[in-house]
Design a protein around this ligand. Sequence first.
Ligand SMILES: Nc1nc2c(ncn2[C@@H]2O[C@H](COP(=O)(O)OP(=O)(O)OP(=O)(O)O)[C@@H](O)[C@H]2O)c(=O)[nH]1
Ligand SMILES: [Mg+2]
Length: 545
Amino acid sequence: MSEMQLGEIIERLNRFATEDASWEPLAGALPEVRRRIAWIQEQYERIPSPLVVLMFGGTGTGKSTLLNALAGAPIAETGEMRPTTDTPTVYHPAGVLNDFGPAAYVEDARLDNLILIDTPDTDSVRTEHAEMVLSLLARADVVVFCGTQEKYANERSIALLRPIMNERKIVPVQTHADVNPDIRDDWRARMIEEGFDIERAFRVSALDALNAKIENHSVSGSAVEFEALDEYIKKKLPPERRSVKEQNLGGAVINTVNALSTALEGRRKSLETLNDRLAKIETDIAQKSLQQVQRKVLDEPHVWVVALAAAVSERAFGLIGSLFRILHGLRMLPSRITRTLSPAGLLRPTSLRGAAKVGDRFLRTLAASFSAEHAEANAHLGREGFEPTLFEQWEKDFVEEMDAHLARYLEPVHRQLTRSATVLTRWTLPLFELLWLAPFVFTIGFPIYRYYAGLVGHMDVILPEAGFLSRSMGMLACIVFIELFLYSFLVRWRGRALRRRCMRYLRKGFGTSGFGFGAARREIDKAIGKVTELEKMREAVRTQV
Ligand SMILES: Nc1nc2c(ncn2[C@@H]2O[C@H](COP(=O)(O)OP(=O)(O)OP(=O)(O)O)[C@@H](O)[C@H]2O)c(=O)[nH]1
Ligand SMILES: [Mg+2]
């Protein structure tokens, strides 16, 4: 992985981990991921700085002796007592910050881009030594794993390396080569079996090498391979420090992504199942709500007639119009007094908004009837690690969503109602007015015309016979009565037609979305999105490394 790709993937991983998650499996895994990313970013910044090589291993394996041999001077304490080292020795070139904590800092201008650190042991009775090693491991790029014939398969040492497998370059070095046979093949095989990536292993006598260096004669015999190790650590690795560190960081990124994937493995399927379950519950609620709303606004056709009649009487004019208005007012008087008109309130979208409105009360009662469905959804959500939604919150969301739903789907019905009322008043009413006005004008007007025409023409004037007025009035009343009856019938007929139309709108409108679980669904979608992102990241890491 190039440095740019590495930087990109670290940034991506960082973005992934910094977003807050309410989904428990992810939220539980994130703190550790964030800790790891902080370390990765810190090490990423240190790519150009000198390579940090750590002497690592059990007590008495010759770590301090090996460091001294590499330094060519007894800078670290060695000894027969176990353990010997309890303070690290940092052997470093000039210009290096003393930021490895409490340690003996030894500067050597001959070192080039290389810091060698002698650490305490991993396996003695002094358990704080292992802790010290652990904190130093966080800064190491290369681990020189010192082992003797007795200690190379030491579980205490391997246990410290396992969590950072492939995040540090590990170089097994068998010491005491002057007294023990070669165990490197077995050691290497064991390490590879554990999953470590081992490029090279050395076998040296640190003691012989150190003595040769101190006495200033060339190394020979069992110390010969020391020269190769010396060359490898001092000459080969420092110039390659970028690629060594990048490889380490690549390993850390892979491990982090893999750990996350393991934590969330197989969760996609269950998230999708959860989504399906919620969808089913919502469909159920939608259907039951539809039934309830239907019962409320559709099962009683008179509601529609009343609603349309109210809209018509608001616009009515003329004799028939005014009579219709009075008639409607009288008819509604009892229900107005007893306030039993509530269903008609549902037909007015505006009345659905705001608390204490007719629609709101109806919707609250409706919500309360879904407590079982709510509990079931909550149980499913809880099992998948989502925050349960409180009933009060759910009820509030449900009422809001239903309100919006009804407003949306009753909107066209309401428009239709207004249109019908307008047609019935603007076009039909004048026709009805004409129907009584024409006979009236003819009945009353013709005798009057004849009377005046006779006066002018000196003809015989025939006055209407007695009782003419009352008879015409009676006839007029009959006509008006029939018209009023017909008009009311028309309003009633249109009202029922509106009801059928509303039924169609509502059936279409009551889909499955929403119904109080919108927020939970968004959380699930977010979690699915995170799993997808993680899968993509895993794929990107796999192809780039
Ligand atoms: N024969 C032989 N003895 C060695 C070799 N390396 C170290 N020793 C001896 O082993 C003993 C322990 O060596 P140290 O270097 O102190 O071991 P260490 O790993 O630093 O031990 P701690 O500091 O306790 O962790 C010393 O007496 C060394 O002289 C070697 O390659 N061959
Ligand atoms: Mg030591």
